[in-house]
Design a protein around this ligand. Sequence first.
Ligand code: F6R
Length: 368
Amino acid sequence: EKDGHDWFMRKEIFEQPRAVADSLLGRRTPEGHLQLDEMRLSDQELRDVDKVIIIACGTSFYAGMVAKYAIEHWCRVPVEVELASEFRYRDPILDYSTLVVAISQSGETADTLQAIRHARTQRSKVLAICNTNGSTIPRESDAVIYTHAGPEIGVASTKGFLTQLVACYLLALYLAQVKGTRYGDEIGQVVEQLEAMPSHIERVLADQEAIYALAREHVGTRSVLFLGRHAGYPVALEGALKLKELAYIHAEGFAAGELKHGPIALIEEGLPVFCVVPPAGRDQLRDKMVSGIQEVRARGARTICLVEDGDDAITPYADVVIRLPQVPVLLQPLVAAVPLQLFACELATALGHDVDQPRNLAKSVTVE
Ligand code: F6R
């Protein structure tokens, strides 16, 4: 049942190319238009949307953070991303022109469910991004985009996360198509880039042994930091979450630009710092990241840099280089998250932990 893997989680990490491909299937009409099967909102309703609020928890929340960058970029609609558990209690400003997007792999998370119930009392439209057919959250939503990850057994979300990212990109592109904020050929080009992702993810997975060796070197490490910018920032947060929940070690993700506002005080000799480097095409972002890497390294950090192929500007400041395929910055989370999943899975294994059933955690959290 685990296909020869020791853990469901590891099996699910390796299923990601297929899960991403399946989540893209059937989304294009023969004329090249995007179609979303259970988008029960009319074009007019979507054109009326003047604000998007994304609500989710944990890993799904990080997918939502990536969605914010994508929707704002392609659709020019303001997006807020909020933890479901905080949403209701701040009396959010909602009305009929607000689209609330609930992201939940299980479709049963109580915090997220209560948040959408609240949104609907305010007449907002609710769209669910969900991996579980017929679960409560999509049943109580106006529209659904199902991800096609297949059942996720490991408590830590992996293929659930990557397919949520795909659904978020599709939603952003669909909104752009309906609102006319992007031309069809540009949308088609991004869809083609998405369709190339499964083979890029395969490439990252093929480097598994190097990541595993790196993970085993970190048995005994008490703390790990993760830095990212732009769409790499949620990846940093996700990398830290995976490590906390599986390896039970202290891990924190930061927006790299925030370092100098405090967290840099944490840097000490030998502290491992993962750095998700933006693609070179985005030079301003990339250059800022490079200087952040130099700063932490000058203070003794051991820098582990996720860098795209061909970008050698970082190499002098990287103690370890993990190569990523060349992809656009908005899509980079689909490849950059994968080495961090492999790292957490292997480190937890080396520490003798139960990777599929981490202590104190449940697969779906049905209490608020
Ligand atoms: C982390 C993880 C959790 C879930 C969160 C939301 O690996 O799995 O953080 O992402 O509990 O769950 P769903 O997406 O089912 O609402």
